[in-house]
Design a protein around this ligand. Sequence first.
Ligand SMILES: NC(=O)c1ccc[n+]([C@@H]2O[C@H](COP(=O)([O-])OP(=O)(O)OC[C@H]3O[C@@H](n4cnc5c(N)ncnc54)[C@H](OP(=O)(O)O)[C@@H]3O)[C@@H](O)[C@H]2O)c1
Length: 307
Amino acid sequence: MSAEMGDLGKQAPERYAVVTGANKGIGLETVRQLATSGVTVVLTARDEERGRDAASSLHESGLSNVVFYQLDVQDLDSINSLAKFIQIQYGRLDILVNNAGISGVIVDEDGLRALNVDPSYLGLSGKATNLVQGVIKSTYANAEQCLNINYHGCTRLTEALLPLLQLSTCTGRIVNVSSLRSELCRIPNAQTRKELADIDNLTEEKIDRILERFLHDFKQDALETNGWSKMLPAYSISKATLNGVLAKKYPNMLINCVHPGYVNTAINWHNGTMTVEDGAKGSVMLALLPEGGPTGCYFDRTEVAEF
Ligand SMILES: NC(=O)c1ccc[n+]([C@@H]2O[C@H](COP(=O)([O-])OP(=O)(O)OC[C@H]3O[C@@H](n4cnc5c(N)ncnc54)[C@H](OP(=O)(O)O)[C@@H]3O)[C@@H](O)[C@H]2O)c1
């Protein structure tokens, strides 16, 4: 047990966390690890039944400090309802883990298996990209939904919970679960790369324009011509836009992004090579950062990296 976890058992003030998309995968494991370290965690899920089942499984393992609340990050009413619940129940929030995400594609899983691609290649850009294009499909609606959940859902929820995070008795922490697909070197278009890298001048309005350009090019069937990522294009830009902006806007908080690793979950059709226990370590480390810890950084698992 770490010193921090040990201290919690004695007299540290209670801490409250929200984890999104927590009915399964890395989110569920993040809740488990945070609750094990003594944090009261609101496990949220878009589906009431899946969320309640997940919370029950943690209660059965002895973690009574997990509370379920329904949250679809695409739905503003659902976001506002969660914010109201936290306000009434706890009066503040200490940790927000923006974990919910989708790939934005439909995969022919039998076709993918038949290709017999080394699973570790699927986590990398380039190597298996051409090979798997034939079994991965994405409609405009899939791409739009991906941006709505992974980027807009995350930023809308964060905006709604920020007043409560500002009331945190320690420094509020926000963890945005990103992906190595967000790394700018993977975006072929130099102008987009430059805009996203210029954190000092990057604004939410500029990001909105980048996402509009992306959707426009998707509609025109011009993604490749205009230099968007070939592998999981909507997912890649939805995650690239998460990095950076918020930390600049709220310097009194610890706001970081993390690539969890290539983890065996539903989002990669269970091709990931890491366990969820290891995959949640980066999120948990950033959620429990000591006072004065890093902010505005991108982590590859538990190490600071370039994005
Ligand atoms: N696994 C990896 O290798 C990997 C690598 C890089 C980044 N990530 C990121 O890690 C995060 C967790 O993914 P995972 O690997 O654990 O995949 P997962 O098992 O598919 O979990 C994704 C979670 O997000 C939820 N979700 C989807 N749309 C939502 C919405 N509108 N509102 C609320 N929740 C929603 C899903 O709920 P349902 O069950 O209802 O669909 C599910 O609980 C994601 O942000 C993903 O992009 C994963």
